[in-house]
Ligand binder design. Sequence first.
Ligand code: GTP
Length: 598
Amino acid sequence: TDLSKIRNFSIIAHIDHGKSTLADRLIQRTGGLTDREMSSQVLDNMDIEKERGITIKAQTVRLNYKAKDGETYTLNLMDTPGHVDFAYEVSRSLAACEGALLVVDAAQGVEAQTLANVYQSIEHDHEIVPVINKIDLPAAEPEKVKAEIEEVIGLDASEAVLASAKSGIGIDEVLEAVVRKIPHPKGDRAAPLKAMLVDSWYDPYLGVVILVRVIDGVLKKGQQIKFMQADTTHLIDRVGCFRPKIEQLSELGPGEIGFITAQIKDVAQARVGDTLTDAKRPTAQALPGFKEVQPVVFCGLFPVDANDFEKLRESISKLRLNDASFSFEMETSAALGFGFRCGFLGLLHLEIIQERLTREYDLDLITTAPSVVYNIKLSHGGGTIDLHNPADMPDPNKIEQIDEPWIEAVIYVPDEYLGPILKLCQDRRGIQKNLTYVGGRAQLTYELPLNEVVFDFYDRLKSISRGYASFDYHQIGHRAGDLVKMNILVNNEPVDALSMIVHRSAAEARGRHMCERLKDLIPRHLFKIPIQAAIGGKVIARETIAALRKDVTAKCYGGDISRKKKLLDKQKEGKKRMREYGSVQIPQEAFIAALRMG
Ligand code: GTP
């Protein structure tokens, strides 16, 4: 293919500004799909993505477009995930392109996510074409948004395309702008093969499908290729592209984006960012920017019904086939039995996996409190350990220092909500770095401990600002902190599933809250039950569940027969869900409810 006739671009946008709708329109306009096939959004093809309206996996599609200059161009449109948890995948997708469409909602204007993605795009030397979408809305203010793009991002927006992806306005103008403004790729067909692994996923029919961008050389069916980071070789058995339906090709040349399959069974072998080269005639240097993504948020997943453990193992293994970025290993808890300790890229990632297990695999699960990874320096030269689970915390006497991960967060919020948001950040031990105003909105930069964000920061932010605040973050390394392990004791015995690592200053409040919650959730027994929160041997909060008087039990068994039967059924159900804790029975719901709090 003639390099000058190729355009590789992605669409960057804040959630809900219309990225998927625009992508679908471009596909429709260039003839990739019939109207009937268009009836459902094409690029967001997972159920959960559809329901939450967010893009999780990057997808790409090849379009043929006959431009006004009479030439036919090959356009590769790359869809990128829209959430901070998947920032690395976004960065690789951007690295595979020469330009980007910046979609901004004409009624909402520039948001935090837009900014984060635009800066990345600029870092990749992209040509950025602003598209002001949703101009059909009565609240649309395209001129104001243009000014905002210029002021906030520093991009020339005078030639921004005005569009409505929903009503099909400005679609040709978008395509013309892609052809005229975005530079064509460069590459050397004669050089040794060098291609970037942009994405990989598991397909039940094709096995692992690998999305690639060829930089130099040619990829062909039957070729032996080498993955330079993984240091493995594979035989290519298919080469093709998505239109968005699969089309097999004889080869992929320089500048092209497409897919290959090579009888790979496990996505973990095809890591995003790896460099593919010819096994017999390798390139001298791998592509820069490879990064092994590491899970940052960990929690335990346990089946409510112990009999579901094997089913949980199978389901988790299946999900992992398609997502190498989450990790799991078996874990046992005295309170919750057998389960798995799982690692995720962030809270959204956690929620997605949890939801898929619940919904697609029909599992009833308990999730323990999410935790980040702490670096613990042991005293007397005992080395350092990475702590993923509060239950494994070493004896405090043997700890010299605990380091916790920090993030830099950018929050974009309308003026009127600024006060409470500053307070929220302050309460979460945040350090304010910057505060600027842009057209009635504040842009706030804070450094925050990740530990304070994984609890319920995002939800609080959204509720305080009635949904208007947007939030984006990246990690900035570990810092020492005054962190302690807080145990929850029921009837003087620690309940492992409820222990957590907290900052000393927050321990008492959180401990008290937890004890109060449990007091209401654990049923009375024939004896008094103390519930305590403790750091080491020191109790910092305490509640007591009063003993049950004998005549109360007797009363329960009066009444008519159907009521009695109902009660018995309920009890049977209850049996399954009770955890014997020492001599105390704790209903499963108590764990769930106790863990749900912020
Ligand atoms: P993510 O996939 O989460 O990043 O969202 P997105 O940017 O892909 O947004 P999507 O295309 O799903 O659109 C979000 C909502 O805006 C949907 O309800 C669309 O129907 C609506 N929408 C998209 N384009 C337009 C438009 O031009 N006008 C109007 N009125 N609504 C639009």
